[in-house]
Design a protein around this ligand. Structure first.
Ligand code: NAI
Length: 294
């Protein structure tokens, strides 16, 4: 509690420019809120030029809707867009103060990226990962400043969901934690702390629930509509578990379940049907086809 208070009352960040890596559904949302709410300059990096174009269209569309609803002005929209630049070159992050990584949920790819970032970014840059389940301590061990590495786990969709889970690794410094909390506050988010354990708090609880729903579908316990409607109307969930899985991305759900399974035991074994959907490329809403079509 004391560190929250300190971060909010007495500590101000020197963060002016933030690099966001991965322009998918999470990265685009994080970049938007950093520019729109926290008023930071943002450099959004993705390897794939098509993704960059798609994320610009997505951010623009989201802001336009807010203008139409009267939540922000046309000028706010233009100023937000002006603060975001796009790049397909990691070297463009050499002068940023803070990095939020939001690339694919794959341990080897993330660790390699952090190895590269440690070489590119100036000393003292905080390197935050939006990973849903991969160990922050493990990611940090691939850099030469593990004290500056931290988990900053946003929720989807980032402009709407209030929470950021903050995950210090074994060697994360108190200074890094304070700056991260302060940045989250500047983005108008509420924070919780989680230990660096598989899935942290959110996905340790959420993923087994989603996985059980997929397994129930696999066993024919009900149709996808039966399962979703039962949880929505019967248990007051805002959306059914299979719809939620489509929103998160079935590849991401499967990767998280695999990490829980490998590190915490057989209780967390991914449903074979989840694996089949991933193999079929039916990854959910982001590709317009998962359990449902969009
Ligand atoms: P996504 O599949 O929409 O986007 C991932 C992006 O990373 C793609 O655009 C891809 O081109 C890019 N990418 C892959 N390797 C790269 C590299 N080496 N350098 C630069 N860009 C690279 O995935 P999504 O849903 O945005 O998830 C990203 C991260 O956020 C994952 O770690 C995931 O676990 C986490 N997360 C996802 C949530 C969700 O609901 N989808 C919620 C919270 C966290």
């Amino acid at each position: 509690k004391s560190i929250h208070t300190l971060a909010q009352r007495y500590y101000s960040t020197n963060v002016n420019t933030v690099g966001v890596i991965g322009g998918g559904q999470m990265g685009a949302g994080i970049a938007q809120v950093l520019a729109q709410v926290a008023k930071k300059n943002v450099i959004l990096v993705d390897l794939n030029k098509n993704v960059i174009e798609k994320s610009l269209i997505g951010i623009n569309g989201f802001l336009q809707k807010s203008v139409s609803k009267g939540v922000i002005t046309e000028e706010d929209k233009e100023n937000t867009l002006k603060r975001i630049s796009f790049s397909d070159d990691l070297n463009s992050l050499k002068n940023v103060d803070f990095v939020v990584e939001a690339i694919v949920e794959n341990t080897e790819i993330k660790c390699n990226l952090f190895k590269d970032l440690a070489k590119i970014c100036k000393p003292g840059t905080i390197l935050a990962s939006n990973t849903s389940s991969i160990s922050i301590t493990q990611i940090a061990s691939h850099t030469n400043e593990p004290q500056n590495v931290i988990g900053m786990h946003f929720m989807n969709p980032v402009p709407i969901m209030k929470l950021v889970e903050v995950i210090p690794g074994l060697q994360t410094s108190e200074e890094t934690q304070k700056t991260t909390l302060k940045l989250a506050v500047e983005m108008n988010k509420t924070t919780t702390f989680s230990k660096d354990m598989p899935g942290f708090i959110a996905n340790r609880l959420l993923m087994p629930y989603i996985n059980e729903a997929v397994q129930a579908l696999h066993e024919g316990l009900g149709t996808k509509e039966d399962i979703d409607t039962t949880m929505k109307l019967g248990c007051n969930m805002p959306m059914g578990p299979l719809t939620l899985a489509d929103f998160i991305g079935l590849d991401t759900c499967y990767s998280i379940m695999n990490i829980l399974h490998t590190q915490l035991g057989d209780k967390y074994k991914p449903s074979p049907l989840l694996k089949r959907y991933v193999e079929a490329g039916r990854l959910g809403k982001k590709v317009k086809h998962g359990f449902y079509t969009y």
